[in-house]
Design a protein around this ligand. Structure first.
Ligand SMILES: [Zn+2]
Ligand SMILES: [Zn+2]
Length: 220
C-alpha cells in the first residue's frame, strides 16, 4: 500500500486522517428530498420542474447528486482532481450509493475529460467515480462519450453561454438501452445535457445522470 502518497491530513479540516476524517465525511451537506424530479435541485415541495430547469431543453431524464457543492466538498473535489486520491473516489461512490437509488441502467459511462485540462492534472474524477459506481452497482462501465471539439472552461460563464459552449461538443459510440451518465460535479447541467444528447443520438433509450456533488442555489 503506497501510504506515503496519501495525505496524512483530512482535506477538509486538517485533522490527522488519511484523506477525509469521519466527522467531515458525516458532516457533508447531503441533498435530501423534496427536490425537483427532473434536475434534482432541492425545492420546498416536490415538483416536476423547478425554477432552475423549467423551460430548458434537457437531454437527460433525471439528474441526482449526493451532496451540495459547498466549501468542504470543493476541497474534496480539488484534492481528487489534483492528486488523484483513488480512495476518495471510493468514498464518493459509497456516499452516492447510500444516498441515491440506482436508476434503471444497463451501462455506466462518464463525461470525458478535456484533454488539455486533464494534461494539467492527469486525473479524471468522473471516470474514477463511474468505475467505482459500476463496481458497486454491478453494471459494466464503458467509455462511450468523446469530445469532438474543445470547449472553454464553463466556470464563470452565464447559463446561455455554458449551453452554447458545450453544444455539439460531444459524440457517442453506438449504445442501446438505459444509460447512466456520471460526472463528479453538476453545476448548470449544460455539460451533462450535451453529453446525454450525444448518447441519445447514438441509440440510448434514456440517460440518467448521477453526480457526487451539485451546485445548490437557494431552495425554490
Ligand atoms: Zn475532517
Ligand atoms: Zn429542476
Amino acid at each position: 500500500m503506497l501510504d506515503v502518497l496519501l495525505p496524512r491530513r483530512c482535506l477538509v479540516c486538517g485533522a490527522a486522517a488519511t484523506h477525509l476524517c469521519a466527522a467531515c465525511r458525516d458532516g457533508l451537506p447531503r441533498i435530501d428530498p423534496p427536490w425537483c424530479d427532473r434536475c434534482g435541485a432541492p425545492t420546498e415541495w416536490p415538483v416536476q420542474r423547478c425554477r432552475e430547469c423549467s423551460g430548458r431543453r434537457l437531454a437527460f431524464t433525471r439528474a441526482r447528486a449526493a451532496v451540495a457543492y459547498d466549501d468542504a466538498v470543493r476541497k474534496i473535489v480539488a484534492g481528487w482532481k489534483e492528486r488523484g486520491l483513488r480512495r476518495l473516489a471510493d468514498d464518493a461512490a459509497a456516499i452516492v450509493v447510500e444516498r441515491i437509488p440506482l436508476p434503471e441502467a444497463d451501462v455506466v459511462t462518464f463525461v470525458p475529460a478535456d484533454r488539455r485540462r486533464q494534461g494539467e492534472r492527469g486525473h479524471h474524477p468522473a471516470e474514477r467515480l463511474a468505475r467505482a459506481l459500476g463496481e458497486r452497482w454491478q453494471l459494466p462501465c464503458r467509455s462511450l462519450v468523446v469530445r469532438v471539439r474543445e470547449t472553454e472552461r464553463q466556470r464563470g460563464l452565464a447559463l446561455a453561454d455554458r449551453r452554447r459552449n458545450v453544444a455539439g461538443a460531444f459524440a457517442a459510440r453506438p449504445v442501446t438501452g438505459e444509460v447512466l451518465l456520471v460526472d463528479d460535479v453538476y453545476t448548470s447541467g449544460a455539460t451533462v445535457s450535451a453529453a446525454a444528447a450525444a448518447l441519445r443520438a447514438s441509440g440510448a433509450a434514456h440517460v440518467n445522470v448521477v453526480s457526487f456533488a451539485r451546485a445548490v442555489r437557494t431552495r425554490g
